[in-house]
Design a protein around this ligand. Structure first.
Ligand code: UP6
Length: 273
């Protein structure tokens, strides 16, 4: 896991969106991503406004909203500016290149227009990463270098098959498409992973987002497995993602502050500050 402070990584990183992300973390002293898995626009925007000051990233599942409309994303974009956070649509693209290009850019949800960060699984192979990178780096792509891709390299659910060669190939594809791939959704720092196909370059600095973070529970009845902010950050998480631990708490603002404090202290410990 990275021993460098966010501020240093913000200065040195070749990717402009990653620089912005680390600068937000440093300025707001937070590595919390809240997973706002609510099902109406009002709940989503209220949550984003209330929790905005304490988070670096807001993660959405836009397709679970029962009343999605252009106002949903206009509202999100406005709140992201107001509170200085990035938006991460957790769409987990997983299809052939030609299909994911249309799902990402355009379509019913217009994800490229409002979401800074997206993710994909690599079950389809290298082509999915190639296709999304092609779209986001095309000359006529309107959002230039304000967009980034995370590869879903591991999962937190019981019996996950995202391991072994799948995870190793995730690192290979990240290295091959660095122009758009900013890091991973995974449960530990990955880049020491041994690969026969690619090797680590000196300036490599992928961002690690870890889901399944909860202070009050060990898991749910459907196979979710949790760890604490402290353990996630110690294993290499640069950003901790928590959903129900925060939005379903009796007082979400009090909860997000606790995750912020614990995540930040664990970060300070890891980098030795
Ligand atoms: N998520 C996981 N595990 C993964 C990948 N993604 O839980 O391996 C996502 C879920 C949900 C959030 O889709 O949006 O992270 C976790 O929510 P929770 O904290 O309420 O369990």
């Amino acid at each position: 896991s990275s021993k460098l402070p966010y501020g240093v990584r913000a200065k040195n990183h070749p990717n402009i969106l990653v620089r912005k992300l680390f600068a937000i973390a440093e300025a707001k002293k937070t590595n919390v991503t809240v997973s706002a898995d609510v099902t109406t626009t009002k709940e989503l925007l209220d949550l984003a406004d209330q929790l905005g000051p304490y988070i670096a990233v807001l993660k959405t599942h836009i397709d679970i909203l029962s009343d999605f409309s252009p106002e949903t994303t206009t509202g999100l974009k406005h709140l992201a500016q107001k509170h200085n956070f990035l938006i991460f649509e957790d769409r987990k693209f997983i299809d052939i290149g030609n299909t994911v290009q249309k799902q990402y850019h355009g379509g019913a949800l217009r994800i490229s227009e409002w979401s800074h960060i997206i993710n994909c699984a690599i079950l389809p192979g290298e082509g999915i990463v190639q296709a999304l990178t092609q779209t986001a780096t095309a000359d006529d792509f309107p959002y230039g270098n304000e967009r980034g891709l995370l590869i879903l390299a591991e999962m937190t659910s019981k019996g996950s098959l995202a391991k072994g060669e799948y995870t190793t190939r995730s690192v290979d594809y990240a290295r091959r498409y660095k122009k758009f791939v900013m890091g991973f959704v995974c449960n530990r720092a990955l880049t020491e992973e041994q690969s026969t196909e690619t090797s680590k370059s000196e300036d490599e600095d992928f961002v690690v987002f870890t889901t399944g973070v909860n202070l009050a529970s060990a898991g749910d009845a459907l196979g979710q497995q949790y760890q604490t902010p402290q353990s996630a950050v110690a294993r290499g998480a640069d950003f901790i993602i928590s959903g129900r631990g925060i939005y379903a708490a009796p007082d979400p603002v009090e909860a997000v502050k606790r995750y912020q404090e614990q995540g930040w202290n664990a970060y300070l410990e890891r980098v030795g500050l």
